[in-house]
Design a protein around this ligand. Sequence first.
Ligand SMILES: NC(=O)c1ccc[n+]([C@@H]2O[C@H](COP(=O)([O-])OP(=O)(O)OC[C@H]3O[C@@H](n4cnc5c(N)ncnc54)[C@H](O)[C@@H]3O)[C@@H](O)[C@H]2O)c1
Ligand SMILES: O=P(O)(O)OC[C@H](O)CO
Length: 346
Amino acid sequence: MERVCVYGSGNWGTTAAKIIGENITKLPNFDHKVSIYSHFETFDGVSLSDVINKTHENPKYLPGRKLPENVYATSDEKEALDGATMLVIVVPEQFLESSLRSIYKNIDGRRLKIISLIKGVYIYKDKIMTPTQVIEYALKVTPSVLCGANIANEIAGHEICESTLGSFIKSEADLWYSLFHSDYFRIRCIRDTYGIELCGALKNVVSVAAGIADGLGVGSNSKAAILRVGFKEMRQFIYHRHPYTPPEVFYESCGMADLVASSLGGRNHKIAVELVKTGKSFAELESEMLGGQKLQGPMTAKELYIFNKHEGITEKFPLFTTVYQIGYEKKDPSEIFNVLVGLKLE
Ligand SMILES: NC(=O)c1ccc[n+]([C@@H]2O[C@H](COP(=O)([O-])OP(=O)(O)OC[C@H]3O[C@@H](n4cnc5c(N)ncnc54)[C@H](O)[C@@H]3O)[C@@H](O)[C@H]2O)c1
Ligand SMILES: O=P(O)(O)OC[C@H](O)CO
């Protein structure tokens, strides 16, 4: 019998629990109860997990969407993980390492099947690592990954979309597929994880660039040019790190589609528009506008910059570098268009 725990009760974590809670009641060999680990916080003076359990709604991170009654939240990690065999890790990248230390302590050496829904990267000295690599290092399992053009609020409203499930273990991919795939959330599986995750992280930087372009009030042609350069830098960076990345990674939901969706309606895009209009910092805008949700794009731009500088390759990634400089070094936002340069036949 499999038992599922969703680790994280943010905007996407709550939506993932909703999808799984809806699907799981049709699946034999699964405990139909799904736990959500909710980092302790209060909402209107009451513990958020108590509010979720009483109202079947997460009013802080996914207001207005009912969760199925078989989904329950707890801020007691031991309770959330008790008996779990399958773990969905969906915390903002800034909390992954501390979360893994707690998970390690609370699973008593059990080997869990894990899937990461996180979009971000980590720099350790001269290495750049993806969330599944960090999880693998900490918990000694090979996680799968789910990543795509997946703006949580739309999926919670059952709007049709696709997502990419990456795994190297077919039996686990089949289980994750049965938990996530539905009429409105269409899962396509491929044999990869790192390329998929790097797409998910890097597109956040490109969607910041797209937001900067929109904040400057430019038209569709200019924005499309920024997306073209961003997509090119994503491919170049991913092949630089993982030369054997399967090409379909770029053409599945986790690649091109996520880049487009995030650059039209994601949080990174929205905040970047305001950065240009108000001159405030990403940190100020995040706390003023996101109600506790976390931005990943600016952080990833900084991590990429540190890594690329160490490798001596910042000039090969002018868009990634310029996003970092606008966000952290007060470069003028209009300089984003300096990444569009002419090209003559050789
Ligand atoms: N929201 C989306 O549309 C979406 C879609 C696809 C992927 N993602 C990715 O999913 C991941 C999680 O994003 P999200 O939208 O669920 O979260 P979110 O941005 O809503 O973040 C808030 C979460 O952080 C938790 N938190 C705050 N402080 C913490 C701490 N000290 N330790 C642990 N947790 C803490 C909060 O409890 C809450 O669950 C991110 O990597 C994001 O890029 C998000
Ligand atoms: O809202 P964003 O910018 O964090 O993007 C959310 C998802 O990654 C879209 O797929």
